[in-house]
Design a protein around this ligand. Sequence first.
Ligand code: CTP
Length: 446
Amino acid sequence: MVKVITYGTFDLFHEGHYRLLQRAKQLGDYLIVGVTTEEYDQTRGKLNVVDPLMTRIENVKKTGFADEVIIEEAAGQKFRDIQKYQIDIFTVGSDWVGCFDYLNEYCKVVYLERTKNISSTMLREKNRHIQRLGVIGTGRIAGRMIPEIKCVSGIEAQGVYNPHIKSAQRFAETWEINCYKDLETLYDEVDSVYIASPHHTHYGYIKSALAHGKHVLCEKPMVLERTQAEELFQIAKERNLILFEGIKTAYCPGFERLLGIACSGAIGSVKSVDACFTKLEDADQRELTDLEYGGSFTELGSYCMLPIIKLLGTGYETVDFHTVKGGNGLDILTKAQFQYENAVATATCGLGVKSEGQLVIAGTKGYILVSAPWWKTNYFEIRHENPDEVERFSDRFLGDGLRYEVGVFLSMINGSRRDEFKLTRGDSIALAGVMEKFLKENRGKN
Ligand code: CTP
């Protein structure tokens, strides 16, 4: 019996897939089809798979060509499967020519001619209107966002607005996008906006964008007052628009896994979360010169509070801030200490002070250590009393990681609320509440 194996995502099942499976089956007597998981696809940069795994498997089965369907969930699995299932022929479409020649040592490799003019990518783009995204603000994070947007199919940066027209022009030239002189023109040409302006301007921009019927992806901290967050989410809800706070860590696969493992009982009950993020900034940067809204906590607090609220919840009893101020009075180091009924946490943020940027989650049976940069979670360890007992976990974190949040933002616009739990409205409202308390106590804001 000649055994054949092939692999694919088989998203939005189409004629190209059908013809590939038909010819794969004809190569032998028994066909095994490996269908990829969403997680595996994410690690190889396919962020916009539409059909859930079960639908994709059902579609492969419906063709009647597959004698067996297996799940492909990791790189390197093909090599193992070929030996495990005693495969004679490995086959894929001709878009992969050369990529799997290394398997020739274990079986015959056949590249089948790809069916022309059809692909899942084409269907995804045809079925959906491409989201035209307008960028408001041209700071460093906006410059990091544009290449990340290009990694997500179905969304495109359309143009940029900045009241400082020269900055907007420079940004538009660099990224080859439009430059809008005013917001009204931007709103006329986009479906959604990405707000990367100074923190205190977010509220006004979000409100105006929502009033113009635009979905909003806003940099953290989204707003600086609890009631502002509540008001804006209410407006978004009434207008059926997505309002989304961009804390990239919340959406990356490694962080999601970390939360799952921390909550699984692997370290017992979580009693303490300590997150630290420090960055040595040039003294002339906005973060260290904006006397009203700059400083380390407003800049980095959202990251450090994320694991705290995701693991211990938003119902803390008290939060206190301990700060070290620089010459101009801005906090160059802040430790926010949270007291929960049965747990404690600290968020340590520094802009003029450098420390070890790690995340430690302590439980009654052990602890999780995520080394710097934990906010780009790609590796962590579970440790126990016995120092030899260490479990290691790793995940890929692609590029700057912003692509993950853009992918989720887009799928929410397109109607899927499956990933909303990663950073809920309640989470964002709680984060705004902490920022408000910090600014009141540290800057005397009312
Ligand atoms: N395939 C094919 N002809 C096409 C499209 C896909 O023969 N027009 C083959 C691929 O070469 C692969 C299998 O079908 O062997 C599964 O491909 P998959 O990556 O799931 O489909 P694509 O349409 O290529 O998906 P995408 O656009 O997301 O890359």
